[in-house]
Design a protein around this ligand. Structure first.
Ligand code: ACM
Ligand code: ZN
Length: 526
């Protein structure tokens, strides 16, 4: 602890002006001071066994960046300090020495991410002291792998981007009408049948055109474990989404007896919302879902399981004798209360096994399950209602968090579902609505961007839709809500960051960024 006190005194007593680095998200406090440290020579890293992953990250980066350039020996000390918030870190770069301390391995990891970006292609690190911590605990990205499938390699690339921007929750949308994407050993037909469709809707929705290509894919349980471990090494928790009671056509294609009518229906080929959903009156449905969730819990160690809950039409339940009998037996008011019964029953199953549920904001209808966290997507009203009722909420309103929407109005943009969410709107987003009291505002855990993939077929297109918008959201969630005055300076950093990512082969949308020459001039003038 003594070492820590000395370190903090050094940090806080330094006379200097806070300055910005070419880093996204911008750290809370940066003081540039003293000489730069060339990235050259051998790096000796001192770290406890719990920080071996972080030590490897730093060493690999150093060796790659220095490319064996000669220089004096540099020492790096990585340390976890008890009593600091887990994600907080401080770092200091001085002649011959790098020190990164964090409240946990996650904090140290974020400190190293800051170092890596601060090098900024200059082969040297500025002499500096940085103190940093996140504004929000939940800094999320979602990926729909059902409308279109994305392979393990791309999911890892997606996780890399998240980690580099200090995002920490990956919402993996694994089941849908158009495809079931996770192997469940007890129910093999979910992937034998449910992971494949015989055609896909192509082009704008209104055209109602379809190809005739068989399409699909899924992740084996080994692949899921691999991705969960890859994420964990980057301090990202994976939140799997198993959709219920709606968006279930792929599961119902595999096991038709789980729907109200038992009709044989194919995996859906077009987009939208479908009337056939899990029957809420049939206990076989709950046995099935519990069996699925048992395997899901074994694969995903995180606290949260997302159970969907959105867009469940009540048509079939209205006409189903079993569903009506359930309404009567449970004394429920109507089909909305039946949906609430469904969610509560699943919640009780998961709570009894130490897990918590997240659901889309429709889970408020008919009464919220006792411990549920609400993901507010139809604007912010659901998140506000949840917070006022003492429930946690995650903000992901269509504006500006749906990144399947356009980011520019220029002609030539790839076809998108509609909407308009430019980078500056993301940058100006404040996840905490002004109308919440300070007490209620504590229930807003953070925010998330969603990437639905009806119109996004390839990794290149997915990258285009999230970059550079991810820079903006990462900065809001880590550094805190922004002002319009900060936008021009952010644009300079975003342009720099985009250049770095483009050099690594990422596809970054150009609209928000400065023209290359201008940004270079501004950077050199600093
Ligand atoms: C949703 O966009 N249906 C959550
Ligand atoms: Zn039914």
């Amino acid at each position: 602890m003594r070492g820590l006190v000395g370190f903090w005194l050094l940090v806080t007593s330094t006379l200097g002006v806070a300055q910005t680095l070419q880093v996204i998200p911008q750290p809370q406090s940066v003081v540039l001071e003293g000489e730069a440290l060339p990235v050259a020579g051998n790096l000796y890293v001192v770290a406890t066994p719990a920080l071996q992953g972080e030590a490897d990250l730093l060493r690999t980066w150093w060796n790659t960046t220095s490319k064996g350039a000669k220089g004096s020996v540099v020492s790096a000390e990585l340390r976890v300090v008890q009593g600091l918030p887990a994600e907080e870190y401080a770092l200091k770069v001085s002649p011959g020495k790098i020190v990164v301390v964090g409240g946990s391995a996650a904090g140290v990891f974020y400190g190293i991410q800051t170092l890596i970006q601060a090098e900024s292609g200059q082969k040297k690190l500025p002499g500096m002291t940085v103190r940093d911590q996140p504004a929000f605990a939940y800094r999320g990205m979602h990926l729909d792998v059902c409308r279109h499938f994305f392979d393990v390699a791309f999911v890892k690339r997606y996780l890399d981007l998240m980690a580099e921007h200090k995002m920490n929750r990956f919402h993996w949308h694994l089941t849908e009408d158009q495809g079931w994407r996770i192997e469940i050993k007890r129910y093999p037909r979910l992937t034998e049948v449910g992971a494949w469709r015989n055609a896909s809707q192509v082009g704008p929705y209104g055209d109602q055109r379809f190809d005739s290509a068989r399409y699909g894919g899924f992740y084996t349980q080994d692949e899921v474990r691999d991705i969960v471990a890859y994420a964990a090494a980057r301090h990202i928790t994976v939140i799997p989404e198993i959709e219920l009671p709606g968006h279930a056509r792929a599961a119902l294609a595999a096991y038709p007896e789980l729907s109200c009518r038992g009709a044989e229906l194919p995996v859906a080929t077009g987009w939208g919302v479908f009337d056939d959903v899990y029957c809420a009156g049939d206990d076989r449905v709950f046995t099935f879902l519990e069996g699925v969730l048992d395997e899901v819990m074994a694969l995903f160690p995180g606290e949260y399981i997302h159970i969907g809950g959105d867009e469940c039409p009540k048509t079939r339940w209205h006409d189903c004798a079993r569903c009506q009998a359930r309404i009567k037996a449970e004394g429920l008011a109507d089909e909305h209360a039946l949906q609430s019964y469904f969610i509560r029953r699943i919640e009780a199953y998961l709570n009894a096994r130490g897990r918590q549920i997240i659901g889309w904001d429709e889970i408020l209808e008919g009464g919220l399950a006792p411990n549920a966290t609400v993901m507010s997507w139809r604007g912010e009203a659901g998140g506000i209602a949840a917070a006022k009722a003492g429930h946690d909420a995650i903000m992901t309103p269509g504006q500006p968090c749906y990144w399947d929407h356009y980011q520019a109005k220029e002609p030539g943009e790839p076809h998108a579902i509609g909407g308009f969410n430019p980078v500056d709107a993301v940058y100006m987003y404040n996840p905490v609505p002004g109308e919440l009291s300070d007490q209620d505002a504590k229930h807003i855990l953070g925010a998330q961007a969603n990437l639905w993939t009806e119109y996004i077929l390839t990794p290149e297109h997915a990258e285009y839709m999230i970059l550079p918008r991810q820079f903006a959201l990462a900065e809001v969630l880590w550094t805190g809500p922004r002002t319009r005055e900060q936008l021009p300076e952010f644009r300079i950093r975003a342009t720099h960051r985009a250049r770095v990512l483009k050099a690594r082969g990422f596809n970054v949308a150009p609209h928000f960024l400065l023209p290359e020459s201008k940004s270079t001039r501004r950077r050199e003038a600093k």
